[in-house]
Each structure stands twice: as structure tokens, then as C-alpha cells.
Design a protein around this ligand. Structure first.
Ligand SMILES: [Fe+2]
Ligand SMILES: [Fe+2]
Length: 393
């Protein structure tokens, strides 16, 4: 998954930071003292909390559409999942620990290449990896969508099979990045691991309101965003002379592209069957802004960690406000929004017109923001992920 640009603060959700999460942890040394402490311990709370959450906005009868699409999903979605036997695995890209001499040699080479890569790149790579590692949240959210959720955990509905198959593929994304980062020695693994634990505890709030219309629009946007972001980390890795790392990022990007194909196909079908609901949902998601999956990240130190990470990604061109506008315009074209007429209510027509002008509006806003950025002095922020070294944002 990917993130948004801090240069455009409108893309963010605001959240409250719990002071409790900023306090140091106390580790108990034996069972009785830990039992004692548990009586006085504050209940666990997420580091960031989102208020004013909306649920179940889709009229229940719309669920029928998804029931009627089960055959379609089998033939058009499940065919886009790759068989396990022909899928790449994280192990394919990393030094093999079963070959002891070669393992040390390959690891040494990896560490030599890693020395040549600057901290700002590592901040982006770590942020991308952490985003991927919060996969339990994404599967949870997919199973909040009415009409397509996995009702048992092993449901044979094609929607549920898709969600589990998608999750299984996505589960390969965080692993090679994390293992590479561990071997590189360039980053503070404990801080990174803490960030992952905080993030999964926070979850995400993407304003999809249990609606599979909104959910499929969100995932279409996100898969394309992650495709762009991982493609760019691959490009930069190559530029820094690390072809193996470029290969890892490239393999992940290729998966994201295939997933984008699946989710955009679902929305295309929804535009065919219920164009009014589809265009209204699309406009609604864009009005609320597509918040990024890791928007609630926290490392125990920096309350604005996500904004800082997104600012570095914007500066390096890994993922920028321009990409956000490009994705919107791509989706407007992909779903032929401009040509919609038949079956549209007044609200549907307004939604269509809003979407068709939105890309231009974003571009103008971004141009102004760029002008402001150029006049401002660059500032630096310490990232715990790179041992508190300063990185320009
Ligand atoms: Fe991914
Ligand atoms: Fe993805």
C-alpha cells in the first residue's frame, strides 16, 4: 500500500494522540510482579484514535448486486490470482541461510551496496514496508464490506476466496523488504518493529462505511498508488546501484498492478450495473479524500510521523501529490465517467461533473503548494527508523 503527500494537508485525517502512548514501557521481571502490575495497569488504547466514524451507509438491498455477481467474480477475479507454485517468494530475493559460506558472502555484498544508499531513501523504504506489514488491518477492513465479507474465515464465496487469495499474495510484500532491511544494518529494527505494532493496534479509518462500492473504489486507488510507489523505490534502488533491491521492489510493484486490475474491474462492472450508485460513491470517496493505509502510524516518539514520512516521499518523488491527481484522472478515464448519462439521477450527474473537474483542481492546488515549498527553507526531521539521524522533509 502507499501514502499521501504532506504538502497537501487536505489529504490527511486528523487524529488525537494519546499521551499514554508516549510514556516509557516498564518490563516486568517475574510473574508475580507482572500480575501485581496488571492490576494497576491502564487499559491498552491505540496511539491514534479516529472519532466520528460512519458505518453501513449502503442501503441493504444493494447487497443483492454482489450476490448476483458471484459467478462473474469467479471468472473475472479469481483468474487474476496467481497459483502459489508459480508465485515468487521472499526467499527468492535474499541470501540463502542454508548455504553458510555463500550466505555470508551474499550478505556482505548486500551490506556493501546498502552503504551507498542515503537515509532519505531508507525512510521511504521503511515507510512502505511498515505499510505492507499492517496487512492484518487491510484484511479486517475488506471483511467489513457488506455483501462480500468472508462470513466464516474459510467461506467458499468467490468474494471471500478473492480476499484470502489477495491477502496471501500481499503477505509476501512486507517480508522481503523487512528481511532486506534487517540484513542491511542501516536501520533501527526495534523502532521499526514498534511502529508496526503501534500501527496494527491503531488500524485505519478509510471512510468506506461498510460499502463494497466505496471499498472497491478505495482499493482501486490504493493498488495503483502502491504500484507507483514501489515502482519508484525500484527505480531509485537501481540508480543507487542496488539491483537486487530494485528486483524486490519491482516484483512487489508487479503484484500491485495485477491487484489494481482486479479492483478496477470490479468497479467497472458496478458502473455497468448501477452507474448512479457507482459514480456517487466515487465522488463521495474523493470528497472525503483517499487517506493512506498507514495514516495512523506512530513510533512512540514522533506524533507527526506519517506526515514526515510522506513529505520525504514527496521530495524524492516516490509518491507525490501529482501522483494522487494522476491516479484520480486515470480512474475517471478507466471507468469512462465523462461519458456517463443513462441512468443517472441529479446527484449522479453532479457527482460525474465534480469528478471530471477534480484532477485540474488538484493540479492547480499542487502548483501553488509547490511555489510555497520552493520559497520555504527546507527543514530536517529526526527519524527513529534511521537511528535518529536527521532527514530533510
Ligand atoms: Fe502490497
Ligand atoms: Fe496492494
Amino acid at each position: 500500500m502507499a501514502f499521501s503527500s504532506s504538502s497537501s494537508t487536505t489529504f490527511f485525517v486528523s487524529h488525537r494522540i494519546q499521551a499514554s502512548s508516549l510514556q516509557p514501557k516498564v518490563y516486568q521481571s517475574n510473574i508475580s510482579s507482572s500480575m501485581n502490575a496488571s492490576r494497576h495497569k491502564k487499559p491498552y488504547r491505540p496511539a491514534h484514535e479516529v472519532e466520528g466514524q460512519v458505518t453501513h451507509s449502503m442501503p441493504p438491498h444493494k447487497m443483492e448486486i454482489f450476490k448476483s455477481l458471484e459467478n462473474w467474480a469467479e471468472n473475472n477475479l479469481l483468474t487474476l490470482l496467481k497459483p502459489v507454485e508459480s508465485s515468487w517468494q521472499p526467499h527468492d530475493f535474499l541470501p540463502d541461510p542454508s548455504l553458510s559460506d555463500k550466505f555470508y558472502e551474499q550478505t556482505e555484498e548486500l551490506r556493501k551496496r546498502a552503504k551507498e544508499i542515503p537515509d532519505d531513501y531508507y525512510v521511504c523504504l521503511v515507510g512502505d514496508m511498515i505499510t505492507e506489514e499492517a496487512l492484518p488491518t487491510y484484511q479486517t477492513v475488506l471483511n467489513t464490506f457488506d455483501g462480500i465479507r468472508d462470513e466464516t474465515g474459510a467461506s467458499l464465496s468467490p468474494w471471500a476466496i478473492w480476499t484470502r487469495g489477495w491477502t496471501a499474495e500481499e503477505n509476501r510484500h512486507g517480508d522481503p523488504l523487512k528481511q532486506y532491511l534487517y540484513l542491511s544494518g542501516r536501520v533501527d529494527m526495534r523502532q521499526i518493529e514498534k511502529t508496526i505494532q503501534y500501527l496494527i493496534g491503531c488500524g485505519m479509518y478509510i471512510k468506506t462505511e461498510n460499502s463494497p462500492f466505496m471499498g472497491s473504489i478505495y482499493t482501486s486507488f490504493q493498488e495503483r498508488a502502491t504500484f507507483i510507489s514501489h515502482s519508484n523505490t525500484a527505480r531509485h534502488a537501481k540508480r543507487h546501484g542496488d539491483l537486487q533491491l530494485a528486483q524486490i521492489c519491482g516484483a512487489i510493484a508487479a503484484d500491485e498492478k495485477r491487484h489494481e486490475g482486479a479492483y478496477t474491474r470490479i468497479v467497472e462492472k458496478l458502473f455497468e450495473l448501477d452507474p448512479d450508485a457507482a459514480v456517487i460513491a466515487f465522488a463521495d470517496m474523493m470528497r472525503k479524500k483517499i487517506v493512506m493505509p498507514a495514516h495512523l502510524m506512530f513510533d512512540g516518539r514522533d506524533p507527526a510521523l506519517f506526515d514526515h514520512f510522506a513529505a520525504v516521499a514527496q521530495r524524492l518523488g516516490i509518491y507525490s501529490a501529482t501522483d494522487y491527481a494522476d491516479i484520480l484522472e486515470f480512474l475517471v478515464g478507466r471507468w469512462k465517467v465523462e461519458g456517463l448519462a443513462v441512468g443517472l439521477s441529479e446527484d449522479g450527474k453532479k457527482a460525474r461533473d465534480f469528478l471530471c473537474c477534480l484532477g485540474q483542481r488538484y493540479r492547480k492546488l499542487e502548483e501553488r503548494a509547490r511555489g510555497r515549498r520552493e520559497k520555504q527553507e527546507r527543514r530536517s526531521v529526526r527519524f527513529s527508523w534511521v537511528f535518529d539521524r536527521e532527514v530533510q522533509v
